[in-house]
Design a protein around this ligand. Structure first.
Ligand SMILES: Cc1cc2nc3c(=O)[nH]c(=O)nc-3n(C[C@H](O)[C@H](O)[C@H](O)COP(=O)(O)OP(=O)(O)OC[C@H]3O[C@@H](n4cnc5c(N)ncnc54)[C@H](O)[C@@H]3O)c2cc1C
Length: 375
């Protein structure tokens, strides 16, 4: 709540916390491997704004470990058809747009359009990093779910709440920014300026650390600050064991983390806003759900607490699934109003809609803050 500036929804926060233990246990039962202490107990790491180590992890690629196991589990389900390289271009509705009836998708290779009719539809299109020049996200993540919601009057909350990660590896190469995980700072890495001096408590919330880095860069007229990994507790052994991906990537970029600080800079990282959903991940449109980063259930408030996103995605996606299973077939199904020919040759691009809304709400927010200050 403190990291989120107390704008979090206490109800969804409580819900997430209460379901965290069972979620982790379910992942372990599905074969997901988390680090363990010598006595076999789960090992915990710490990141910015956490009061103590409480994050389970797998080396420095926890998300990959989780998603690869879940994908394998889904691939084994006989009733699931996966359609990779397929883009959702729009949603299907009834004539009066009160119920979502599926989606229109396009095969990325053949460009063929298909109307997928569905009892329930779930938007899980991720964040908005592809809209920003520097982001840790894949470039393809351009907020399509949020765009389609805005286009059809489905409620979206706080699109201006975009999180910047304080420490990504500074590089002049183009493409996705490489994240230097916050748990490196949690384990003792220090942020220093060109003179080698510390200028911020590294474990403050992300937005505070990002602002301090930007201030220091402006003061120095520099393009980055430095992160010294040599102060990590446990030294070289911790770095090699806990952060092998980071050590390797820095080496590829020409930095030896064991003997020198590395250049770091903030980059867009996470989207706290999104399609408005309730505790069951239901949007304001009947039979339409949204989960993961594209959804906003208020858990993160104005600034996400590090490492809460995977947990949030898992807890609330499961709640959506349970809700769908419980209510399946109970609603009257309306007829879809669709003409695929309307979509032929028209390349729906939601980027502009989403960016415009982010900018509009940012200005509104700033205006509101200025008014408050004047009062
Ligand atoms: C480098 C990095 C490190 C992170 N580390 C952590 C961490 O340690 N702990 C933590 O909790 N969180 C972490 N996060 C955040 C977390 O990984 C994300 O918030 C989470 O993966 C979002 O999951 P998602 O399923 O909502 O979206 P994603 O995993 O981004 O998936 C969205 C999917 O939707 C697809 N898609 C998008 N638009 C369309 C469309 N129009 N049609 C069809 N498909 C579409 C995309 O191709 C993608 O496959 C990290 C994020 C990054 C970038």
């Amino acid at each position: 709540m403190r990291a989120g500036h107390y704008e979090n929804n206490p109800d969804t926060v409580r819900c997430m916390i209460r379901h965290s233990r069972e979620t982790i246990e379910e992942l372990i039962a599905r074969g997901v491997r988390f680090e363990r202490e010598a006595n076999g107990e789960l090992a915990y790491t710490r990141e910015g704004a956490h009061s103590r180590p409480r994050i389970v992890f797998h080396a420095d690629c926890t998300g990959k470990e989780i998603s690869s196991h879940l994908l394998r589990a889904v691939q084994k389900l006989p009733n699931v058809i996966l359609r990779p390289h397929t883009t959702m271009v729009d949603l299907l509705f009834d004539e009066t747009k009160t119920q979502c009836l599926g989606a229109i998708v396009r095969d990325n290779k053949t460009k063929e359009l298909t109307a997928v009719h569905a009892g329930n539809t779930v938007l899980a299109t991720g964040g908005v990093g592809g809209l920003f020049p520097h982001s840790t996200n894949f470039r393809i993540l351009t907020g399509d779910g949020v765009g389609v919601a805005l286009e059809h009057g489905i409620a979206v909350d706080h699109p201006e709440y975009v999180q910047f990660h304080p420490t990504t590896l500074y590089t002049q190469r183009r493409g996705r920014s490489f994240l230097i995980s916050e748990s490196v700072r949690g384990e003792g890495a220090q942020l220093i300026n060109a003179a080698g001096e510390r200028f911020v408590d590294e474990l403050l919330p992300r937005d505070v650390v990002t602002a301090a880095i930007r201030r220091e860069m402006r003061r120095e007229g520099s393009r980055f600050v430095r992160l010294d990994l040599r102060t990590v507790a446990g030294g070289a052994q911790t770095l090699a064991h806990h952060f092998p991906g980071i050590v390797e990537r820095c080496r590829e970029e020409g930095y030896d983390v064991y003997s020198e600080p590395i250049p770091v800079v903030p980059a867009q990282h996470y989207f706290m806003g999104g399609i408005r959903v309730d505790k069951y991940s239901k949007t304001t449109m009947d039979d339409l759900y949204a989960v993961g980063e594209t959804a906003c259930n208020g858990v993160h408030g104005k600034n996400r607490l590090a490492s809460n996103s995977l947990l949030e995605s898992l807890v609330f996606a499961k709640r959506a699934a349970s809700d769908m299973a419980e209510n399946f077939g109970k609603h009257e199904r309306l007829a879809a109003n669709v003409r695929l020919s309307d979509y032929k040759g028209c390349d729906r691009d939601y980027k502009k809609i989403v960016l415009k809304e982010i900018e509009r709400m940012k200005k509104e927010h700033e205006q509101h803050n200025n008014d408050d200050e004047r009062r």
